[in-house]
Design a protein around this ligand. Structure first.
Ligand SMILES: Nc1ncnc2c1ncn2[C@@H]1O[C@H](COP(=O)(O)OP(=O)(O)O)[C@@H](O)[C@H]1O
Ligand SMILES: [Mg+2]
Length: 298
């Protein structure tokens, strides 16, 4: 199947609630939203003009896979991912949406990005070099870059409307949402990460870190929302190339980043296009991540 790529959607008769870096979100009715994963890709925080064929499909199918696999830990917002079973106002756009859309329960989303880190990388590594801690978690001395942490840590951040999310302490989360909810989000996030990490590790992928979002449903039930454990919300590393003491190749975006590094681009928008063979190789990586994690071809 070669579905057409989708860089941006504008669905008539549906109100656009938000256009994120990768996903377009629509209001369907008072109770539900439609989350559409496009084929946009970002690198160095900029959206590229080149679509990655099938990326939206992979993101959607992977989130769906994890929602099901982890539903014994926490309920989630997914109502339906089969466009043919969605309300008529959505079905009308089936050709655009097939495979890349989720009808979800609207939730009152907590203003906290629930980040869990299992390895020493990115801002965590920088934090550790400077302070010996990551977001206030004291760690053993002498850990190399990309080291597996003795245990995964909860390192929440704000949900910035614009620009970069800012790391906050658990105390600051308590001030935002209270003691009880903080403990609930932390413990749930750590359980989700632990299960997903151990599962993925056996299948050749290291989930180095990830970001969850939670909300409360209409009845006050805790719901896992947004996307879950995709390459866009997580760092995936190929397990067979894992080697502490250096930075690790990114499972999905390495070809794109490597290519962009050969250019004279200042990493500010507008981002340059990437050649079709780099885009195709990236599609193959997304499909491989899906195949490894689920054991199925998409
Ligand atoms: N079930 C839900 N109810 C309400 N809002 C949700 C739900 N699931 C996800 N969201 C919100 O939808 C938005 C999706 O935007 P996103 O694609 O993440 O943009 P960005 O690229 O800025 O992160 C997020 O703000 C997320 O919190
Ligand atoms: Mg987001």
């Amino acid at each position: 199947m070669t579905a057409a790529t989708v860089l941006q959607t504008s669905l008539s008769d549906l109100k656009l609630a938000r256009r994120g870096k990768v996903r377009d979100v629509y209001e369907v009715d008072d109770d539900s939203l439609l989350i559409v994963a496009t084929d946009r890709i970002s690198a160095f925080d900029c959206i590229l003009p080149t679509p990655i064929e099938r990326k939206g499909e992979v993101l959607t199918a992977l989130s769906e896979f994890w929602f099901e696999k982890l539903q014994h830990v926490v309920a989630n917002h997914l109502i339906e991912s089969d466009v043919d079973k969605m309300p008529p106002v959505v079905q009308r756009h089936a050709q655009t949406l097939k495979g890349r859309a989720m009808l979800v329960r609207r939730a009152d989303v907590f203003p906290v990005e629930c980040v869990v880190r299992g390895y020493l990388v990115g801002s965590g590594w920088k934090d550790y070099l400077r302070t010996g801690s990551v977001c206030g978690h004291k760690l053993p001395e002498g850990l190399p870059e990309s080291a597996k942490l003795p245990e995964a840590i909860f390192t929440p951040s704000t949900k910035a409307e614009q620009g970069h999310d800012e790391n906050i302490t658990e105390d600051q989360v308590r001030e935002l949402i209270g003691e009880e909810k903080t403990a609930l989000l932390r413990d749930t996030s750590l359980r989700l990460f632990s299960e997903a990490h151990d599962y993925a590790r056996q299948r050749g992928i290291i989930i180095a870190d990830t970001k969850f979002e939670f909300g409360l449903g209409k009845d006050g039930q805790l719901l896992l929302v947004d996307e879950v454990l995709t390459p866009d919300s997580s760092r995936f590393w190929p397990a067979d190339e894992y080697e502490p003491g250096r930075s690790q190749p990114s499972f999905d975006k390495q070809f794109v980043r490597d290519y962009l590094e050969t250019l004279n681009w200042d990493k500010k928008p507008p981002a340059p296009a990437i050649p079709s063979e780099i885009a195709a190789a990236t599609t193959a990586r997304y499909l491989e991540a899906y195949r490894l994690l689920t054991g199925k071809e998409l």
